[in-house]
Design a protein around this ligand. Structure first.
Ligand SMILES: Cc1cc2nc3c(=O)[nH]c(=O)nc-3n(C[C@H](O)[C@H](O)[C@H](O)COP(=O)(O)O)c2cc1C
Length: 381
């Protein structure tokens, strides 16, 4: 792609907020509400963003010509940036082939892409695209055989990091998505037909790819019908995670294991005792529990507890390179983003993943120079 096209795109969409605004216009209401919503009164959604914005950092200046190095190593793998794509279930609803687009971006920019258990593409499809950048996110299946099979599929497809999600002890209500009429399978009502007509690009791509399916789960549900699969997921996946289950998982998965959705330092400690390789401080983008503190408020206590023994990953409420810098300054080793990457793809289709990385990289490097840091280590100092 020409340099001019890239420059023009950056001029039109210089920040994640620009992608968010365009994404909202380009996708049907029900898809937007599913992506954007939190739960309950959605106070935790605003808390995530507001508390993040309140983190201030004092620059140290007169450092001469800084050219920030943002490459990093995590679990023995080098990455070109200290951020990556968090798992987003049903991302094909927001934009068809989102998972493929984002896995391509991850491979190109050498950042991790996390594939959700309830993605619309399988590990077999995404693994080869992501190459060694693929992480697999597990919602714990109740049946040991299904768990074993899922882990084997992820491993055989090339996923080396397993992320197990702790903060979905039960599905959350997500009233805004319910109000918007989100049901599985999607109901083709007159309202939905109208939405499809006024979002012709989304509709064109959706017709080309077919309505979103939870493809990874089809094998276990023994059906391709969304209704059967949704019932199966409700009955057989999630709600199972306990410390004993985590111990079993630790034995079953030989590679790096990350516990995602850690809030409390005590849980971080117990996870370390069990032998996880990374702790991901996250409140699931405030989609599970409206009573949670902002994720960024949870970070310092976990950092103190972990005290450098294993890497700390962070997500929830990150909307810019500056926010990445804030999380790193508070002690995170790596940062993941959920909604922003989907905003990018919904806004710009196949260019959206790349453009999101371009924005975040440019912003992060700029913010590092403003703060007076040439390396990631200096941010923590
Ligand atoms: C639409 C949507 C679907 C998600 N699906 C999953 C999922 O399948 N598994 C998971 O562990 N987290 C899931 N998450 C949570 C994200 O991985 C991540 O924790 C969250 O989006 C971070 O907050 P942010 O959106 O403010 O970046 C989802 C988030 C969104 C917005």
């Amino acid at each position: 792609m020409g340099k001019n096209t890239l420059i023009k795109r950056m001029q039109r969409f210089p920040s994640i907020i620009d992608l968010q605004k365009r994404a909202k216009k380009r996708i049907p209401h029900v898809a937007w509400e599913y992506l954007d919503c939190g739960t309950g009164n959605e106070r935790a959604v605003s808390r995530n963003l507001e508390k993040m914005a309140e983190v201030t950092l004092v620059p140290k200046l007169l450092k001469g010509d800084l050219n920030p190095d943002i490459t990093t190593t995590l679990f023995g793998q080098s990455y070109e940036a200290p951020f990556g794509v968090a798992p987003v279930g049903l991302s094909g609803l927001m934009w068809p082939r989102s998972e493929c687009i984002l896995a391509e971006t991850a491979a190109k920019y050498k950042i991790p892409y996390s594939l959700s258990t309830v993605a619309t593409q399988t590990p077999e499809t995404i693994g080869p695209i992501a190459g060694d950048m693929g992480w697999f996110q597990l919602y714990p299946p109740r049946e040991v055989d299904i768990r074993g099979d899922l882990l084997k599929r992820a491993h055989d497809a090339g996923f080396r990091v397993l992320v197990v999600t702790a903060d979905v002890p039960t599905p959350s209500r997500r009233e805004r998505a319910l109000r918007a009429g989100l049901v599985v399978p999607l109901r083709i009502t007159p309202g939905f037909v109208y939405e499809a007509l006024i979002h012709p690009v989304w509709t064109y791509h959706t017709l080309k790819c077919g309505l979103p399916r939870l493809r990874t789960m089809e094998k276990y549900a023994g059906s391709k019908k969304m209704r059967d699969i949704a019932n199966f997921v409700g009955r057989k996946i999630g709600g199972t995670l306990s410390w004993d289950y985590l111990k079993d998982l630790r034995e079953a998965w030989q590679g790096p294991l990350v516990l995602k959705g850690v809030h409390h330092p005590d849980d971080a400690e117990q996870a370390i005792q069990i032998g996880v390789d990374g702790i991901q401080v996250s409140n699931h983008g405030a989609r599970q529990f409206d009573g949670t503190p902002a994720a960024i408020e949870l970070l310092p206590a976990v950092v103190r507890q972990v005290n450098g023994r294993i890497p700390i990953l962070f997500d929830s409420g990150v909307r810019s390179g500056l926010d990445i810098l804030r999380a790193l300054a508070l002690g995170a080793d790596f940062v993941l983003l959920g909604r922003p990457f989907i905003f990018g793809v919904a806004a710009l289709g196949k260019y959206g993943g790349d453009h999101t990385v371009e924005i975040l990289t440019t912003e992060l490097k700029n913010a590092m120079i403003q703060l007076g840091c040439g390396t990631l280590e200096e941010i923590k100092a």
